[in-house]
Design a protein around this ligand. Sequence first.
Ligand code: DGJ
Length: 696
Amino acid sequence: MSVTAHNGLYILSTARTAYALGLNRDGLLTHAYWGARLPYPDDYPAPPSPGAWGPFNNPAHLTPEEYPAWEDMKFIEPCIKVSHADGVRDLSPRFDSANIVEDVLQMRLRDAVYDVMLTLHYRALPAYDLIERWATIGNAGEAPLRLERVFSAQWHPPVGDRARLSHLHGRWFDEMHLTREALHPGVKTLESRRLTSSHHHQPWFALDRGDAAEEHGEVWYGLLDWSGNWKLTAEVTDFFSTRVAIGLNDWDFSWVLATGETFETPHAFAGYTIGGFGAASRSLHDFVRERIQPSPQVVHKVYYNSWEATLFDVDHDSQLRLAKLAASLGAEMFMIDDGWYRGRFSQASGLGDWQPDAQKFPHGLSKLIEEINALGMDFGLWFEPEMVNPDSQLYREHPDWVIHYPTRERRLGRDSLHLNLALEDVQAYLIESISSVLAAHNIRYANWDMNRNISEPGWQKDTGEARELWVRYVYGLYRVWNTLRERHPQVIWQSCSGGGGRIDLGMLRVSDMIWISDNSGAAYRLGIQQGYTQMFPASTMQAWVTDQQTDVPFDFRFHAAMCGLLGIGANITCWTEAEMERARHWISVFKSVRHLIQFGDLYRLCPADERGFSAVAYLSKDRRDGVIFAFRTYIGQHEPSLTLRLHGLNGDARYTIEGFEGVRSGAAWMNLNLQFGLHGGLENLGSTMRRITQVD
Ligand code: DGJ
């Protein structure tokens, strides 16, 4: 049983960790423990009941409540803030009952005056050392209730006021910089107001006491299962405690809960490890692969994408020419990106009209697909369902389907307007129009792109609250995508939003992989990939060799892309025969190691920003097989070689490592300093790939 009740304490246990909560002496639902799993129920502490601090801070202000509401003399960041119909603007949720239903602990809290029920839900995920949390709010009163903030969870890592926060930040073409910063008294906020989770921050965090490292140390980490506006508040109180709350962004948010209605928040997940940031990532990787991904067992193909080769100049002949070359390299999937549909001759026209363009494909798209299939490749197609160009049949027929304010200019982003996916008519149109393309052609792969952020977030609703748009849009997005998946189970989906504009757990429920950045320059990419793998596995990380950063050595470009799901996006009509031959070699090598990258454990051996080097290793789950990629990323570096320590091998098993003499035990290899000569000279960056093999 992963949830137990003992002397008024509720204990959620995972394989190695435990999380405990209960009512304190003041009757508040209070956090009691989060850390290593302890031998006996009596080992866990009682929930604290701190006193007041002078006349200015009531006990509630000092209490680590599981889900503080805005009420009382309490000025810390609340999880919930409401407005009642009579103008009262607080909520006093007090314990009502606790139930354990199918391994979910439900803590029911009720307001004594208003008929509002707040239920906090907790589930332990033992194999991943994760705790899942969400909240539901039910209005049984006679008047509507307005929700103004409703987070998913507040977490209380026991770090006192010595917390260091790790998070990811960036911008388009430059996503996912890993930053670690000490938290000081006050509130640090990370958020998105862009309708997508954004290029700028991801809804992920890790906290430690400033002493954790990649492979050791206590780390508390978590993320949010949501693809829209989100907010994280990391607060160090004046009373030596640190809390992290995460959930829907309350910025411009409002939700009206009518009598009898219930609102459910997105789910939040968080875990604890003593194995450092690497173990935290590996637990999330397993969780995502086994519990979130729609098709976790599929071995992903080597893709060729023709976008950078032909941009909008797509037609039958240009694509067939590229397809023949891609097939000769060993690509297994050929994909036409933007530019295939009716009227799409530039970025200013066609978006929304999801039918193949008859001028570009005079013999029909199916004819081209048959020819590509005959070359031994599957076929894939690009869509951008959420956008519409004013120059399109769809917009001419339905100008009111876009998000807009009637009195304001409809601002274009990349020449497009934003369809309101909260509208059922829009959902139905997208489902039917995209379905008809997927049903009429032998399409095995689809890229769902999304290339602008919101402006003029108006919604001319007949009833209710226009600011529900932020949430209802995301519900609509999930509904369209899930319906397409159900109707066309043969299709593998990629999610892209100008690269990394929508990287979150919600996207990995509907898509199989993510295009993590439009920046595919191999040397830049290592840092972006390092950021991405803090949260998500390499099995979901598309990585292509393109025509960006061609001053980086050809092998390096392949090695960097082989750290994820290798694809080719370059204009291969311009590659020399020597480059084609080298590409053939690496694609064939990749096919022999992709099971490690997709299904194995990832070890970041050297951070991408450290001393001009970077290295990662992937080990099979049975520890018999592995691969190391090492890079010299910084010209002018004086040290010619990189020294690494390996992790994760089976200590008693005996291994060889390509490029090193001898057969040694895993224990020996992990205790030796391994030198990787990456002699690129001063002009060149260097890279290498080495196999690890168990010898029976
Ligand atoms: C933005 C994507 O990130 C690119 O890879 C490409 O698909 C373009 N959109 C196409 O318009």
